[in-house]
Structure formats: structure tokens, C-alpha cells
Design a protein around this ligand. Structure first.
Ligand SMILES: *[C@@H]1O[C@H](CO)[C@@H](O)[C@H](O)[C@H]1NC(C)=O
Ligand SMILES: *[C@@H]1O[C@H](CO)[C@@H](O)[C@H](O)[C@H]1NC(C)=O
Length: 619
């Protein structure tokens, strides 16, 4: 047996290397000169190869694979729910119920109205659009802040003001509520999507004669808000108790927080209010508004929020997306139990952690060379922070008894036992999710999606290119997983991260050389932190790999130089479908910036550039 295994291992490795390489080469456009437009060279055939895909790029592809696995898992759960010992109040039971209620939800436009009938703007009050013909809407009963408090319980925010739970900037082991001005970006913001608001009003059957007028009024209201925001007013932040906040702004914030977080909203509770002057001005503005208009505006924003939350579909993959979004911990746990609990998985984790150790080591060596001319104290800060970074695969809390922990976590999420009712259950889940966020009982745990996926046991056909494969050659591992981890490691020290210490607290940082690098980057990039990760992450991953592979200048499965494979695989992380033009162009620019002026790249492809157009920023 052992001899057979030993014989098989190199065979498996060889075939996986060849397969990975062929996958990479199939995306390359050999006609495009890598020295001129590297994106076109590395990604030139990507479109052709992925013409029928429902995903845009490699990250979306991973996401898609995870969803497919979860669908399989849900099918299995449904089967086991037929057995007599299936526990409906277990985490598995709750996840399954939510999934099935999503699958069975009616697919019609009325569902939005159903939500809005369940969630009213206050006790004994309906939205103005739902009053029976002939009666008038009792507008004196409508209190906008109270209505917002109710809707905030489901996760709505950014209407008139933004509310978030943040880690206390003065002490990162505490969380606090932060109030801020609303942000007016693209997407769901009304000034930029008049169509969206018209459609919502149409769907909930506002008489068509009123729709346009109402939408225009809403838009005017929002533009008024926008003009009240003074973006440079950053010194205007205050830590204040709810009681004082109420006194100074004239709004009933005490009631707002009582509705939102319940009895624990003591008048002494401190909140962080950014842009304080906005909140005093808000009172003046709101007092002048027509209650009916304000109610309609809030309702419309809530409707748009719900549409975003439900993401429309009832297909199995869309419903597992919802499970992942709203019951993230449970989904991660079930996923881990089903797909990761074997020795291959542990071996993968060990390998990934090992790669990270090597990246960290290389990073610390670079810190030690001290190009940034750091002081001894700053150097210590860098080292301590880099050493504190941990890898958390599958994004679950550290505990000995995961099932118990997660069971407790979802204890308060109780579904009725009767017929499935998607609207009720969706609202319950939204409310649960928000309460958890407010209570922050999951301290230290982030809900961010992890990016690792693992070859699924139920390989969909055709088998997708694996993201990380244990038995493959280092060049593949360091150029993809390694690059991404290097990117994140660097990000922890980019302009935002560098002001946060290893304990999460703010830390001032000034370095002349660092500022030079930032201003150099800002000459041709808007997103400095991302550029830092792209550029310095590539260098870090490359030099870490080069050091490992220094005695291996050729690979036994190909005549291509390993450096070319390395840069192709890195480059293909940026490949995307050109139908999504904006993202596609952005990725093109990012990749070009990362490789431009990077000597090992030029060497690998034999590029002889006269003089780089601009000197590469030294990071
Ligand atoms: C079902 O699960 C719940 C929640 O985990 C637990 O409290 C209960 O004891 C379980 N019931 C049975 C019969 O195992
Ligand atoms: C930070 O908050 C924690 C938890 O509330 C507390 O134990 C600690 O004393 C605080 N630290 C400082 C410096 O205030």
C-alpha cells in the first residue's frame, strides 16, 4: 500500500501542475505583447473561455462554487429532515426552514406591499399609501424618528442619518453606536436613481397620477439634505450621552434608542456623533416637512432596502446566498462540517498558514531594511502588528465546541412551526441580524466573506480551475493565494491600517518616506490603499517565492520559466468579463500599475523599456 501511495503522489502532483498550467495558458492571448499591454496578454482569451459563465471574475467564481456546494448541503438537510430524529430547533433546522421559506416564497410584485403591511410606521398607523379609500391619514400620529427607529431594527440605515456600530476609536475593545450624516453615493440613493423610486411607487400601487409628483418631492427633500452636509467639517465629532444629544438637538433620541436597543438604552449611554452640526440643522429641516411626504420617503427607502436584501430571486442559489448573508455563522459552520472536516482540509490549512509565515518573514526582513527610515519605536510597532496577524480560514470564532457556541448564538432566532411564511421569516432574520450587530455578542468576529474555497467533493462539471491545490508546485500557490495574502498583509499597513495598532486602537504614525510614497502613488491612482496592496503585495509575494525557489530555475512539467507562470497567474487574478466594462477597465489599470517598472517582471518577459514613463513609487 505504502509503495503504491509513494508512487502515486508524484503522478498526482504532475497531473495537477499540468492541469493548472493548461488552465492558465488557455486564458493567454499570445498575440498580445506582454510588455505593452499585460492585461491583454494574460487575460486576452478569458472572455472566450467564460462566455456562458454567470460570474464576472475569479472571486465571483469561488462564490458561485460555494453556493453550489451549499445547495447540495441544503438538499441533504432536506432529506434528513424527513427522518424522525431531525431537530427543527437546532441550527440545521433553522437554516433549512429559512432556506425552504425563501424557495417557496411567492414570485410576485405584491410581496413588497406585504412587507409594508407587516412593518408599519408606528403603532396603529399605516403608510399613507395603504389607507382605505375615503379615510384620511392621521398625520399627527406620525413621528419620523420613531418610525425610523422601528425600521432600523430590521437593518435599514442611511435615511436622514447613518447609524453604525463601530469599535470605539478610543478603546477598540468596546463597541459603540456612531451617528453620521447619510452618504450620498451612487446605487440606491434617490438623486441618482429616479427610476428606482418610480418603480417602487408603481409596485405598491400609488395612483399613477401621483407618482411623478411624489417622486419629485422626495428628490427635492433629498437634495436639501445633501446641501446640509459639510464634508470638511470633520472636527465636529462629539462623544455625547443620549440625554445631552436629545437636549442639544431637540429630537427624542431617548425614545429612538429605546425602540432600537430596548431597555439598555440608558440616558447616560455614550454615542459618537460625527458632524454634530448636521444633527442640529436636521431638526429645523424636519420641522418644516410635510409628514405625508416624509413617511412616503421613508417607506420608499425601506422598500428599496428590502429589494436589495431579497435580491429578487427564489432560485436555489439565490436562496443560499440569502442564507449566507443573513445566517452567516450558521452557514459557515455547516459548510465547514460538511466539506472541510477531513485530513486533506487540515493539510491545506497548514500549508496556507505556512505560506503566510513565509510572507510575514519576508515582510519583516523588508521592515528591517528600513527604507521608510522608521524610528525604533515605529519599527517595534510594525513588528508587533505583523506578528499579531492571524489567519482564520472559514471565518469562524475560535472555540472548542463550535456547535454549542453557534447553537447559543442562534437561540433567540425562533421561527414559528406552522406553514412557511417567507415575509415573516425574512423580517425575523433581518431583525435578528441587526440585534446581534447592536448587541455585538460576536465580539472580535467579522462577518466578512472568506475567500478560500476548496475543491468540492461534488465536483461540478466541467471542473473549475482550483484556487489552491495542496499538491501543486509552489509557483501556483504563491502567485494566487500567496499574492492575495500578501495584498492583505500590506493593506494592514496602508494609509488607513497604519494608524491602527495591533490591539485595534488608534496609533499616530508619521514618516516622511511613507508620505512620499503616498504622494507618489496619488499621482496616478485614486485608491491609494488598494494600489499599495496591488504593488507592494506583488513584490512581497514575488520575493517570498523567489527566495524559496532560488535553487530551482526550471520546473519539471514545463519548459516555461517559473517567473512567467508566476506573473501570468497573478495577472489572471485580475481577469474579468468585458461585459462589465467599468470593473474590467479598472482591473486592467490596476494590473498594469502593479507590474509596471517591476524589474523581475521585465526580466521574465524580456521587456526592455527605455525608461519607465514615471519612476516606480518606492513603497
Ligand atoms: C434540539 O435542539 C435544541 C437547540 O439546539 C436543543 O435545545 C434541544 O435539546 C434539541 N432537542 C433534542 C430532542 O435533541
Ligand atoms: C477598554 O474597554 C475595556 C472593556 O470595556 C475595559 O476593560 C478597559 O479598561 C478599557 N481600556 C481603557 C484604556 O479604557
Amino acid at each position: 500500500m505504502w509503495i503504491i501511495c509513494l508512487l502515486l503522489v508524484p503522478l498526482v502532483a504532475a497531473s495537477s501542475n499540468t492541469r493548472l498550467l493548461n488552465g492558465i495558458l488557455s486564458h493567454v492571448d499570445k498575440e498580445a505583447n506582454p510588455c505593452e499591454n499585460y492585461y491583454n496578454h494574460a487575460c486576452g482569451q478569458y472572455n472566450m473561455r467564460h462566455i456562458d459563465d454567470t460570474f464576472f471574475d475569479i472571486i465571483q467564481m469561488l462564490d458561485h462554487q460555494v453556493n453550489q456546494n451549499l445547495v447540495k448541503l441544503m438538499d441533504e438537510l432536506e432529506m434528513s429532515s424527513q427522518l424522525p430524529d431531525f431537530n427543527v430547533s437546532s441550527v440545521d433546522g433553522k437554516v433549512l426552514r429559512y432556506y425552504l421559506s425563501c424557495r417557496g416564497a411567492p414570485r410576485n410584485m405584491d410581496s413588497l406591499s406585504q412587507y409594508l403591511k407587516v412593518i408599519s410606521p408606528g403603532e396603529g398607523l399605516t403608510w399613507p399609501q395603504f389607507i382605505p379609500d375615503g379615510s384620511s391619514w392621521p398625520q399627527e400620529n406620525f413621528k419620523w424618528l420613531k418610525a425610523l427607529a422601528h425600521l432600523h431594527r430590521y437593518g435599514l440605515t442611511n435615511v436622514f442619518f447613518n447609524l453604525e456600530v463601530v469599535s470605539n476609536p478610543r478603546n477598540a475593545s468596546e463597541y459603540m453606536v456612531e451617528l453620521n450624516t447619510p452618504t450620498f453615493g451612487e446605487e440606491s440613493q434617490l438623486p441618482n436613481s429616479f427610476i428606482e423610486i418610480l418603480s417602487v411607487l408603481y409596485i405598491i400601487k400609488v395612483p399613477s397620477s401621483e407618482i411623478i409628483t411624489l417622486a419629485r418631492k422626495m428628490r427635492t427633500l433629498e437634495l436639501l439634505l445633501k446641501t446640509m452636509i459639510n464634508p470638511i467639517d470633520t472636527l465636529n465629532n462629539r462623544y455625547i450621552s443620549i440625554r445631552d444629544f436629545q437636549m442639544e438637538t431637540g429630537h427624542n433620541w431617548q425614545r429612538f434608542f429605546e425602540i432600537l436597543i430596548g431597555s439598555s438604552a440608558a440616558p447616560e449611554l455614550q454615542v459618537l456623533v460625527r458632524n454634530f452640526r448636521y444633527f442640529t440643522a436636521l431638526k429645523e429641516l424636519m420641522d418644516k416637512q410635510d409628514a405625508r411626504l416624509v413617511a412616503s420617503y421613508i417607506m420608499t427607502r425601506f422598500a428599496i432596502f428590502l429589494l436589495d436584501e431579497t435580491m429578487g430571486g427564489r432560485e436555489s442559489t439565490e436562496c443560499v446566498s440569502q442564507v449566507r448573508r443573513n445566517m452567516n455563522l450558521a452557514a459557515n459552520m455547516l459548510y465547514k462540517e460538511r466539506f472541510f472536516e477531513d485530513s486533506t482540509f487540515s493539510a491545506n490549512i497548514l500549508e496556507i498558514k505556512d505560506i503566510f509565515e513565509k510572507l510575514r518573514h519576508q515582510f519583516l526582513l523588508q521592515v528591517d531594511q528600513n527604507h521608510l527610515e522608521l524610528t525604533a519605536l515605529q519599527m517595534k510597532f510594525f513588528v508587533r502588528k505583523a506578528e499579531a496577524i492571524e489567519i482564520n480560514v472559514v471565518n469562524l470564532p475560535k472555540t472548542d465546541d463550535l456547535r454549542h457556541f453557534i447553537g447559543q448564538y442562534y437561540q433567540d432566532l425562533q421561527f414559528p412551526t406552522g406553514e412557511l411564511d417567507y415575509h415573516q421569516e425574512h423580517l425575523k432574520v433581518l431583525q435578528f441580524r441587526t440585534q446581534k450587530m447592536l448587541a455585538q455578542s460576536s465580539k472580535g468576529h467579522s462577518e466578512e466573506q472568506n475567500i478560500l474555497t476548496y475543491r468540492s467533493q461534488a465536483a461540478p462539471l466541467p471542473p473549475p480551475q482550483p484556487f489552491f491545490q495542496l499538491e501543486s508546485e509552489d509557483v501556483f500557490k504563491y502567485s494566487l493565494m500567496g499574492y492575495i495574502m500578501a495584498h492583505h498583509l500590506i493593506s494592514a499597513f496602508a494609509t488607513e491600517g497604519i494608524t491602527i495598532g495591533s490591539d485595534g486602537n488608534d496609533q499616530s504614525f508619521r514618516s516622511h518616506r511613507f508620505e512620499e510614497a503616498v504622494s507618489c502613488l496619488s499621482r496616478n491612482s485614486e485608491n491609494i490603499d488598494e494600489s499599495m496592496g496591488d504593488i507592494a503585495g506583488l513584490e512581497l509575494a514575488y520575493f517570498t517565492y523567489a527566495k524559496m525557489a532560488k535553487n530551482r530555475n526550471r520546473l519539471d512539467f514545463t519548459h516555461l520559466p517559473p517567473e512567467q507562470i508566476f506573473f501570468l497567474n497573478v495577472g489572471q487574478f485580475f481577469c474579468g468579463n468585458s461585459d462589465m466594462l467599468v470593473q474590467y477597465k479598472e482591473d486592467q489599470v490596476r494590473l498594469q500599475r502593479a507590474i509596471e517598472g517591476f524589474e523581475p517582471f521585465d526580466k521574465a518577459f524580456g521587456c526592455y523599456r527605455n525608461k519607465p514613463k514615471h519612476e516606480k513609487c518606492r513603497l
